[in-house]
Design a protein around this ligand. Structure first.
Ligand code: B12
Ligand code: SF4
Length: 459
């Protein structure tokens, strides 16, 4: 499907398999579509969901679909369909989750894959309109292990670059089919391997494309590489800066020297490269002052597009995947579009109300632009700053709507001084969602065999 299309207009009854990709936000903003699919699909048809939400919240996904696939999905999806077609044994399918006849979650063995040179088939996009930009995947995996990063849990810590000739062919084919010239490189950490980056730089030198790369700030240390990539169209990067505070960086296992971040960001500005950045707040140590200082710091480090985010987490990751969470289950705001939506506060902070944090984040964005416009002198960068400021202004209404939602939700859980009434919150959380934790606990180590029941996960 393409953006703007309505699933209800497709002949759902005629499909044997319906594959859905689930991000946290997509999931909660498209429940109506999921209900339509569930209602109209044939009884013998199978709905399969993969992606972040299926991986980290299978108890929610399985209310609407028959199967979830955890982590990377290409190989398991093919295995699953072949197994269902041949009446084979589901336990042989990798990374699979479903609810069995006893109503418990069955998971099969989790596998990681080597270099999957998967390319988009431009023929499938032939009915698409001209695209202003498109995502392109050049590698998978990142060797780091930042505590808050769910993407590395999906795609793993082994860096796996794709074949560069195949990447060039995919980009050229998308350009020929849809006129697209701007690409968001979706890699977790594009700059992981210098040799790979150099190969990409050689392959795209002189091509009519622009790229945004997601990578770590340390790429700034390699002037030659930055310039070679710039000549190939890499004029924008998204850095996961996260914080300028060494304690916060340490707590997130970010593995970066706080002091070096500013020098590196300034170097990128000298190369005339635009830096988008993510800054994370909401930990116990970060008060209003910390957020405000960071906004000034971003302007002084000459970022162009900082995003002031609230830390997010999925609950139950310990029992589900043996993974750590920065935020305990009961402090996560459940069942809402803000779930894992970093721009919206999605947790109950300990030392301030969620709505207050949301307001501070919005104000910091405003403060950033005031300082950035004082500092920035280069015309091209000023034009870009103005464009980003307009984008942020357009988001304001959404943020206000979310702030009002938070005010209602948080009312019983904070003292007049803004301290979290943690015991009350936990008791309410356990009352509402404790059964999911119990269900996951009872399902632990249940290994798949035989035929899947189409029973629903507990509501
Ligand atoms: C590109 C991207 C975007 C683009 C999407 C453009 C597009 N049309 O593709 C844009 C910029 C629009 C975007 C926006 C947002 N994004 Co985004 N985005 C990404 C990014 C960088 C790359 C996604 C990607 O292509 N990855 C590469 C492929 C190979 O991996 P994958 O997508 O995970 O897919 C694999 C598996 O998940 C699985 N799989 C996926 N779908 C399916 C379906 C089936 C049926 C099966 C079997 C398997 C399967 O198999 C795939 C291949 O192995 C990821 C981070 C990352 N590097 O992964 C974040 C990410 C997906 N985004 C994220 C978020 C939070 C957002 C925003 C909410 C940000 C914000 N604050 O506004 C918005 C939400 C948009 C929305 N409408 O809901 C989070 C999602 C977290 C979550 N738990 O859901 C991620 C994971 C980043 C992170 N924080 O870790 N995003
Ligand atoms: S460096 Fe980036 S991609 Fe890698 S684990 Fe940390 S946040 Fe995730």
């Amino acid at each position: 499907m393409l953006w703007g299309e309505d699933p209800a207009e497709y002949p759902i009854e005629s499909y044997d398999y319906i594959l859905v990709s689930g991000l946290g936000t997509h999931f909660w903003s498209n429940l109506a579509a999921m209900r339509v699919v569930k209602k109209r699909k044939r009884r013998d048809a199978k709905a399969i969901m993969g992606g972040p939400h299926a991986t980290f919240a299978p108890y929610e996904a399985l209310k609407y679909v028959d199967f979830v696939i955890f982590n990377e999905g290409e190989v398991p999806a093919l295995q699953l369909i072949e197994t269902l077609e041949s009446g084979g044994d589901l336990s042989t399918v990798h990374n699979l989750g479903y609810v069995d006849d006893e109503g418990l979650l069955v998971t099969t063995d989790l596998h990681r894959y080597g270099n999957l040179d998967v390319a988009i088939q431009p023929a499938l996009l032939r009915n698409a309109p001209t695209l202003p930009w498109a995502p392109v995947s050049m590698s998978r995996g990142c060797p780091f292990n930042c505590s808050f990063c769910y993407a590395v849990r999906l795609l793993g810590r082994q860096f796996r670059p794709k074949d560069v000739a195949a990447i060039r062919a995919e980009v050229d084919a998308l350009h020929a089919a849809n006129g697209v010239t701007r690409f968001l490189v979706t890699d977790l950490n594009f700059g992981t391997s210098r040799d790979f980056c150099q190969e990409v730089a050689r392959a795209f030198r002189g091509a009519p494309y622009k790229f945004i790369g997601l990578t770590r700030v340390s790429i700034a240390d390699d002037d030659e590489l930055v310039e070679d990539l710039r000549a190939a169209g890499f004029e924008d990067y998204y850095f996961g800066v996260e914080s300028e505070d060494p304690d916060v960086l340490r707590a997130f296992n970010k593995n970066v020297e706080a002091g070096e971040q500013r020098t590196r960001l300034l170097k990128m500005a000298e190369h005339d490269i635009f830096i988008h950045g993510g800054l994370i707040f909401g930990t116990d140590a970060q008060d209003r002052g910390a957020v405000e200082r960071t906004a000034q710091w971003c302007a002084e480090a000459r970022m162009i597009h900082p995003n002031f985010y609230c830390i997010t987490d999925y609950p139950f990751q310990g029992v589900l995947h043996g993974a750590r969470q920065d935020v305990e289950d009961h402090r996560i705001i459940m069942e809402h579009i803000n779930y894992q939506h970093f721009s919206f506060v999605g947790i109950f902070p300990r030392n301030m109300r969620p709505s207050e944090l949301q307001r501070i984040l919005a104000k910091c964005s405003d403060d950033f632009f005031v300082r950035a416009f004082e500092i920035e002198k280069r015309p091209k960068r000023l034009v870009r700053l103005k464009a980003v400021a307009r984008l942020k202004a357009a988001e304001k209404q959404e943020v206000e709507r979310h702030t009002a939602f938070l005010e209602k939700l948080e009312a019983p859980y904070y003292t007049a001084a803004g301290e979290l009434k943690e015991e009350l919150l936990k008791a309410d959380f356990d009352g509402k969602y404790g059964h999911i934790a119990d269900w996951l606990e009872r399902s632990r180590n249940r290994r798949g065999a035989g035929r899947a029941a189409l029973a629903m996960a507990p509501a």
